[in-house]
Design a binder for this molecule. Sequence first.
Ligand code: TPP
Ligand code: MG
Length: 371
Amino acid sequence: MASNTQKAYFDANTQASKIAEQFEMLQILNEEGKVVNEAAMPQLSDEQLQELMRRMVYTRILDQRSISLNRQGRLGFYAPTAGQEASQLASQFALEKEDFILPGYRDVPQIVWHGLPLYKAFLWSRGHFEGGQIPEGVNIYIPQIIIGAQYVQTAGVALGLKKRGVKAVAITYTGDGGTSQGDFYEGMNFAGALKAPAIFIVQNNQFAISTPREKQTAAVTLAQKAVAAGIPGIQVDGMDPLAVYAAVHDARERAINGEGPTLIETITYRYGPHTMAGDDPTRYRTSELDNEWEKKDPLVRFRKFLEEKGLWSEEKENEVIEHAKEDIKEAIKKADAAPKQKVTDLISHMYEELPQNLKEQYEIYKAKESK
Ligand SMILES: Cc1ncc(C[n+]2csc(CCOP(=O)(O)OP(=O)(O)O)c2C)c(N)n1
Ligand SMILES: [Mg+2]
């Protein structure tokens, strides 16, 4: 009797399978670099397609160099990005300069391509205050370490843009793990209620440090978390730069037309460790899983696609690699040349106006530093 009654109003299996259907993953380029969804193809010129590839190749080199600089003790905090290039760079590529990026700690590439000089990204990694001083006109925030906090801030920035009548969006990134935080829901809900021009990206790289996606939540998809906030949600192939670009481009159009925010889940993978602070992925991932994802590599499939169109070659790729290496060398030199950080530098860049206790500490350290 009880089970009959229950069945009448709630059938979990049907509900779950309907959700899986509704949030089916958008893909445009398959693993072989073939277009499988012509209708969803974004309008990008040959030059734009090449530029997107250049950025992905450059960023893969930046990741490799950052890892070795970290091992040499020349960088501080570093969260590897290889594997996530399509998710990170194709989403940034769909933005305009007026748009604001609110990144998480793994999202340094997007803010560099949005205008943060690379040497400043290196200084940020070292915890140097100059890394947090953003040049005028570069619409970014420094990467957030508190998981999910950037979602709430994004709702606020987006509402500010709306109130000022600026035709721009605020875009933010978190991970699969980030979707378990209260801030994640609060940000989406607030932006949804006020139709603020925000784009919420979840980069589902399958793990939150060592916690696999299946243990993170009972939800069938992460994109469906948009439903409770009353906003559209979409799941896209995060290894496919064209699918990511298309989804973000559409979300941006909707947002600047006053139709409110969108949640985009990009299905991706990080090849490296969580951060360079010492986790060992072989303790929580199998080599079979790594291999499976390497076959989906965004650079490989985009290279095939472009080569087929006569838009890419080994020479072009080598040029980008050499250019990236030179750039990185210059940037680290510039970071090394920044004056050594003093305690008073830290204190004086924390608040616009210092509270009394910090004023006292400032004086103490100033006296010590002048000795
Ligand atoms: C509020 C908060 N809780 C815990 C942590 C510690 N922490 C740092 S990264 C991380 C995992 C995040 O995983 P995910 O959101 O999937 O992002 P990913 O690192 O995979 O890009 C955790 C729990 C934190 N930084 N902030
Ligand atoms: Mg993750």
